[in-house]
Design a protein around this ligand. Structure first.
Ligand SMILES: *Cc1c(COP(=O)(O)O)cnc(C)c1O
Length: 417
């Protein structure tokens, strides 16, 4: 039986998919810093190309060799083999950034005339690509809010006058920075409702905030689980990378476009991410534990008005049902409103020791930022207010530091407001 079915992913991250005998017995996978690969014979080169270019199917026992690092490279392929284990996916594709993964998905599954439905708020780069690039190639996009019900969203689709053109539902859950949740199974039901004949509506989920450990969108009907691997997967704030997990059919299409856009992850990125994957589970465990403690402290502090954290969602609400259904833990992204406005928020941020002020998230170090004037400043104020993103909102990405130290610096900075 394949090791994949006998062991948990965290037990396989150190060795799965790598054969030491092919690399002089090296325990760890080397960095294959090469642009191209040597064929043993002309016949072999011909055979590799026949399969790579889809001129024929791969034979049952045929071992395929490497051709050129834009198509395949051991660091990229072994990384993909490991990454897909977390989402229990048939295949995975890795990219040089989260944005290159996202834009490749949108370009592959949408064409001129199509309609895209997306959840709000989305990551700034994704939002920009949807609102400013897709219209140039004739793709219409409509957003919905986490507070809207399945009926409300169906109504948006119906009244667009383009329901036959719906081709993708793209969601981010939990959302950045307020941790609102979108029901993935609901998205799947809507996708099925609006699929026609052989034209399917695909469901894509940006799983950067809780995945790949705490949320598995494919299990809930999504076709793609997309990552900014820059965040938790890398986890050390030293790499920009992206990834997508899904079925062989979906990833096959994505990899074909990736070959021609040329935005695959290079060997060095692949090697760094393999190293990161070895500690992914322990990092995310510790980050979540630290975040849970910090949330308790924030909640009882007199200078804090409201805390936005999945672990605080009240039973009996729709959000709670979604949380129980699709999230395995609350994660380590914590947002909160200070009492006051921008001045009070800035005083807190400037008064923090140890925690650096920087955008990005998911790394071993804790970071703080002010979404209203930083990551989300490109969005109209009216829209931001509708999503509870205001001047008093602070976003924290919790790292693996000693939690008592984190509590000390956070309470000191709050007291100083
Ligand atoms: C950072 C981020 C992205 C973009 O990823 P890059 O690696 O910076 O290109 C997309 N989605 C979410 C949720 C992110 O946090």
């Amino acid at each position: 039986m394949d090791k994949r079915n006998r062991f948990n992913p965290e037990s396989l991250m150190m060795s799965y998919g790598y054969k030491p005998e092919l690399s002089e017995g090296a325990l760890k996978c080397p960095i294959f810093q090469t642009s191209t690969f040597v064929f043993q014979s002309a016949e072999e080169g011909k055979a590799f190309f026949e399969v790579a270019y889809g001129l024929r199917e791969q034979l049952p026992n045929e071992e395929l060799g490497l051709i050129y690092s834009r198509l395949n490279n051991p660091d990229m392929e072994i990384l993909e083999t490991r990454l897909k284990l977390w989402d229990d996916a048939e295949d995975a594709a890795v990219f040089e950034s989260g944005m290159s993964a996202i834009s490749t998905v949108l370009l592959e599954f949408l064409k001129p005339g199509d309609l895209l439905l997306y959840s709000m708020p989305l990551y700034g780069g994704t939002d920009h690509f949807i609102k400013h690039f897709l219209p140039k190639i004739g793709i219409t996009a409509l957003g919905f809010l986490p507070t809207q019900t399945e009926q409300d969203i169906a109504q948006i689709i119906e009244s667009s006058g383009k329901k036959e053109a719906l081709r993708m539902i793209y969601v981010e859950t939990p959302s950045n920075p307020t941790n609102t949740l979108i029901d993935i199974q609901m998205c799947k039901r809507l996708a099925e409702k609006y699929s026609t004949g052989d034209e399917r509506v695909y469901v894509a989920v940006d799983n950067t905030f809780l995945g790949p450990i705490w949320q598995h969108p494919l299990k809930h009907g999504a076709d793609m689980s997309i990552y900014s691997a820059t965040k938790y997967i890398s986890g050390h704030s030293d790499v920009i990378a992206g990834a997508i997990c899904g079925s062989s059919e979906v990833i096959g299409r994505i990899k074909t476009l990736r070959t021609f856009l040329g935005n695959m992850a290079g060997p060095w990125t692949g090697w760094l991410l393999m190293r990161s994957l070895e500690t992914l589970k322990v990092r995310m465990d510790q980050q979540t534990q630290n975040a849970t403690r910090i949330v308790e402290v924030l909640q009882s502090h007199p200078k804090v008005e409201k805390v936005y954290y999945p672990g605080l969602i009240k039973p009996g609400t729709r959000a709670y049902d979604i949380y129980k259904q699709q999230c395995l833990a609350p994660g380590a992204m914590v947002s909160f409103d200070v009492k006051g406005g921008e001045a009070e928020a800035f005083r807190f941020i400037n008064g923090l020791e140890l925690i650096k002020l920087a955008v990005s998230l998911g790394g071993t170090e804790s970071l703080v930022e002010h979404p209203f004037t930083m990551t989300h400043s490109g969005i109209e104020h009216e829209q931001l207010y509708a999503m509870n993103i205001t001047e008093k909102l602070i976003r924290l990405s919790i790292g693996i530091e000693n939690v008592e130290d984190l509590i000390k610096v956070i309470t000191t900075a709050l007291d100083k407001i």
